[in-house]
Design a protein around this ligand. Sequence first.
Ligand code: HEM
Length: 508
Amino acid sequence: MNFLLHHMFLLGFSDNIEDMDSWVFMGLLFLLGCWCCCFFFNNNKKVEKKFHGIIPKGSLGWPLLGETLEFIASGYTSQPVAFMDKRKTLYGEVFKTHILGTPIIVSTDPEVNKVVLQNHGNVFIPAYPKSIRILLGEFSILQMNGNLQKKLHALVGGFLRSPQFKSRITKDIENSVKPTLSTWQDMDLILVQEETKKITFPILVKVLMSIGPGQDLDFLKKEFEEFIKGLICLPIKFPGTRLYKSLKAKGKLLKVVKKIVEERKIAMERSDEKGNIEDVVDLLLREYGEANEMQSLPLDFISDNIIEMMIPGEETVPTAMTLAVKFLSDCPVALKQMTEENMELKRQKTESREDYNWTDYMSLRFTQNVISETLRMANIINAVWRKAIKDVEIKGKLIPQGWCVLASFTSVHMDKENYDNPYQFDPWRWEKTGGASVNNCTFTPFGGGQRLCPGLDLSRLEISIFLHHLVTTYQWTAEKDEIVYFPTVKMRRKLPTRVKATQTQPPP
Ligand code: HEM
């Protein structure tokens, strides 16, 4: 309640209803609301005439505010889909609402979500809040549409999924996981949510531009943290504002990344040999940098994209690792089974004195099911936002041109129609279905269709290696903590945990 009052205050409402100004303000809002309703009603009628489908039912809530407060409030509870569930019961699986300043059609229907993600005919474009659009810049893959997006997506996805890349990156991941984990036992209490970032950021920077530990990495980490603070903020840009500071940090990042790209381009031009593609900079330079003048794109395009790829890669993997630790701490039976499976692999590897291959980690069936279940329940990317550039009809529902659509993944993942006891952490459920598949439209932690996450395999590999070394070398006790779902998924107290080395090591 305090939270709601705080927001009402921020949005300009007075809590003294005797105050005359407030009444005038509320009156104006009411008139504006009536006008908005008439506008949408008339507009909707015109569109409906052309199509057989109907605009989904729903309420646009209060003038200006819409239903934003209720939407945000449900993100702070342990039932983040309460907002969606209530409307689903009232209006059906696809409904309209008005949140975060936009009238929007929400889909909690896996089949409708699939059509939105597949985006045949390119009828949907990404629709991010203004602060994100400003920070991403014009060349970002996340905002790009059409052929350039398809080409870049296929290029990056193909590289990150290739067995050669996975073979190579496995060592880098181990070299980041093992030393970081060994520092945890020396600390009294660690915050898992913070500590896991120390594992994943160096891996990401390695994947993107082959930078190892040192000054450049520290600089990039510091400025990147400053940069992403502005992704969810008011879109106001003048000295002192959050957006301004984030843009400044992006400028500094760009300078360093551009220097790296330029040096690499010069080295590439000097060398006759083509060599292996080591990282995403190499990949993009080969594709866009050295083609003939007509085809080559500015180095800014490459540098911008390197920074933009850090965004989906940076927060998501550490969050998945943290929540896996949380769910396993709360489910000792799953932890025991997973530890046994991983101990067996460790024993085999110790006996044969062979290095681990990426396929070793990925073949741990139960561990993969633990990861799938973590991703289902964590809902790290809870939904995707799109905007219809034409009128679109899906399953008899009409999405008029210009409207935003929110394809909610959380609602699908937490629906008892799709998963028995959806709030229970149950990795065994995946044994019945033979594991998670990207073609399953009721399981979309990595999205799907045209923009299916190109970092999918890399993320799973990172989480698998992290879990393997954690459970086979250490024991831990996590303090009581809870998951918060707004504005992004995280642990309220960052998951304070005590870690110590396990006594029982596999037989030599
Ligand atoms: C657990 C970890 C991760 C999750 C849950 C996740 C989830 C997602 C989702 C849902 C999308 C689709 C967004 C949309 O349709 O608009 C996406 C896109 C993307 N992800 Fe990931 N991601 C993860 C890790 C990574 C990593 C490690 C990388 C990079 C190395 C990465 C790079 C990307 C890129 C570049 C896109 C944009 C693709 C495009 O628009 O064509 N992600 N991710």
